[in-house]
Design a protein around this ligand. Sequence first.
Ligand code: ATP
Length: 372
Amino acid sequence: MADGPLIRFERVTKRFDTFIAVDDVSLDIAEGEFFTLLGPSGCGKTTLLRMLAGLEMPTEGRVWIDGVDMTTAPPNKRPVNMVFQSYAVFPHLNVADNVAYGLRIDRVPKPERDARVAEALRLVKLEEFAHRKPDQLSGGQRQRVALARALVKRPRVLLLDEPLSALDAKLREAMRSELAAIQDQVGVTFVMVTHDQDEALAMASRCALMNRGTLQQVAPPGDLYEYPANRFVADFIGTINMVEGSLSLDEPDQAAVISPALDVPVWVDHGVTGARAAPVWVGIRPEKITMIPQVADRPAGPAAMPHANVTQGVIVRSAYLGGQTLYEVEIATGTVLKVSQANGARDASPGLPAGAAVWLSWPPGAPVVLVG
Ligand code: ATP
């Protein structure tokens, strides 16, 4: 499949007895992508990855790698290699021998083996540690050994099953950019499973979000966040204020949603369905809401705010998160909206207090309207 995708899942279903773990999934992954499979626990992402590795067989459908039907091929006949959650390194072998292990099994001659091991260790920045045993390494270093061991075999596809989950938060973050940099350098196609959305979004060129065995949306990270395909995606990715309502107006270049949860209509700068009064969900991200304190001499609302999409409320709670503060603001209907404000240059002030009356507004380009 010279011009086709490197990986193709074609209507793949996996049943365990009567339970459907993966439900009619079709998905193409191109050569060189850093692709992530994201979703809540039990959504089927690991099962999908294992079918790519040959560790599970689909009940229905086909799995193609590089144009070859690999649906029933055993793991060792596939051009893939897997890095597991628990870094599978041999405790009795030193780092270099761990990395060389697969090449030894493949009877790669020693000079080539040594050169490839050195290259792999350089890639994961472990040249200095070649003679150490795994128990003399940190968790992050052991994970790099596992990575080098997989990469040294020069697979077309590297499969990563929650590769960073055993690391502490700080190290996970550091390893995120390292993994992305390594992928950039080697150009090998990476397919990674994670339930951590920050991780998935930070590293992926494209991401598939799964729920209950089905693909909900496959898109670059920014599109998942800004253009969610449905409520599940909007809710799962990031934080969003989501209310149910109906379209009171729906024209090609503008629409309005009325919701019992809000005391103002929500205007948007695009048409939605062309069908009036359809039930919809409208979502607004916290950082897209502008909040300013109400002051006594401007009781009618600030001139700086547009008339549409303006409401008022009272701060009930706030959380200082370093770079931003997240406020919860109760409006007249009793609905509590989340509003985030970026904190300015070295501003350690506590921000607006609970009980403060505020104006809220958002531009008509901010809300996402989801039908059904
Ligand atoms: P997690 O993040 O918790 O690992 P996941 O999204 O990777 O979840 P899978 O491991 O793919 O989920 O499992 C999907 C569903 O299939 C789960 O409900 C799981 O219990 C079930 N399942 C997986 N493997 C088997 C098996 N060998 N036998 C029976 N059920 C299984």
